[in-house]
Design a binder for this molecule. Structure first.
Ligand SMILES: Nc1nc2c(ncn2[C@@H]2O[C@H](COP(=O)(O)OP(=O)(O)O)[C@@H](O)[C@H]2O)c(=O)[nH]1
Ligand SMILES: [Mg+2]
Length: 315
């Protein structure tokens, strides 16, 4: 008799999707304020744009961490196309969508019939090890066999931290104290191939203070992957802390020099007002953001969906 109170399945699914979207919307609310609410405030009820308002819009776009070049080019376009103040929201939504579309697919490469290697790079503190734990957990929950490689051999604490994540996600790990990171990766690839793992995720060091050594080390790992696992699906992922905004972009340059980046993961988007940097990464580096971190817990990871991101910001 209580069935009356039970929700039917499609209704339940719809509500779950709605609450997942709402929690994502909450996570990016500060970015949304920076990108659109502040601009709408500046525009107000003006019937036509004047120089002052346009300058204010440019300032707001720069403050939203879009970068100067992109901010200037958007304002130029508003002038050129004679965009009406009442149309500004629609115009910006379209602009941002076009920018994200240009950077290519946001879907993480994965083939269930292959070894998939995720080579994770980024500076210390960006959130690499945490992201690896979350990603491992996601693949494991989907039923795949997952191996981690503790390639950050510089600090014993780093290997320890990855070990803790491997236990949390219940996946295997290859670690070797005081070994060369490329040799840890070599062993991990051998194990992954011999024992038919679906996924190998490689953690790396990120001490930018010693840029030369870091780049050399990453190059060495990349060449081990290319030689030993040329048939594997490979994603070279740069992890960036969203809170760094534009400052993170100079890091992208360093890492792009060292390895051929195929994707970016933006962490700590929760509570950050600088998510606008996603547009800069797309525009300047043509690297698609594929993963985002929205918290410190194991489930706080999402595939980046550009349409969802645009909706969460503009709706
Ligand atoms: N709020 C928040 N914190 C995060 C996120 N990802 C990582 N962190 C925190 O950032 C800090 C550095 O992360 P870690 O994975 O050790 O960075 P690594 O040095 O690049 O390996 C830790 O305190 C994490 O808990 C995220 O998406 N949101
Ligand atoms: Mg780490």
């Amino acid at each position: 008799m209580f069935n009356f109170f039970k929700k039917n399945e499609p209704e339940k699914k719809q509500e779950e999707a709605k609450s997942a979207f709402q929690s994502f919307k909450d996570a990016v609310s500060k970015t949304s304020d920076a990108i659109i609410s502040n601009i709408l405030n500046v525009v107000g009820n003006n019937e036509k744009f004047d120089e002052f308002t346009l300058e204010d819009i440019e300032t707001q776009l720069i403050k939203a961490d879009l970068g100067i070049d992109l901010a200037v080019s958007i304002v130029e376009k508003i002038k050129k196309e004679n965009v009406k103040p009442s149309d500004i929201k629609t115009f910006l939504r379209q602009e941002f969508q076009t920018i994200l579309n240009k950077a290519g697919s946001n879907v993480l490469n994965f083939s269930p019939d292959n070894l998939n290697i995720y080579f994770i790079t980024g500076v210390n503190g960006a959130g690499k090890t945490t992201l690896i734990g979350k990603l491992a957990n996601k693949f494991k929950k989907d039923g795949y066999k997952v191996l981690l490689a503790a390639g950050d051999t510089f600090r014993a604490a780093a290997e320890e931290q990855l070990d803790i994540w491997s236990k949390r996600a219940d996946v295997d790990i290859v670690r070797e104290d005081k070994a060369d990171s490329a040799s840890v990766v070599y062993k991990a690839i051998e194990k992954a191939q011999a024992e038919n793992y679906n996924v190998l995720i490689i953690d790396t060091a990120g001490r930018l203070q010693n840029k030369f050594n870091l780049i050399e080390e990453l190059r060495k790992i990349k060449s081990v992957i290319d030689k030993k696992a040329s048939n594997a699906v490979l994603e070279s992922i740069l992890v960036l802390d969203a809170n760094l905004g534009q400052n993170g972009l100079s890091q992208a340059k360093v890492f792009k020099e060292a390895v051929n980046l195929t994707a970016c993961a933006l962490t700590k988007l929760d509570g950050s007002s600088k998510g606008g940097v996603i547009f800069s990464i797309a525009e300047q580096y043509s690297i698609p953001v594929k993963l985002i971190g929205i918290g410190e817990k194991i489930d706080d990871i999402r595939n980046f969906d550009k349409d969802e991101f645009i909706s969460a910001i503009f709706e």
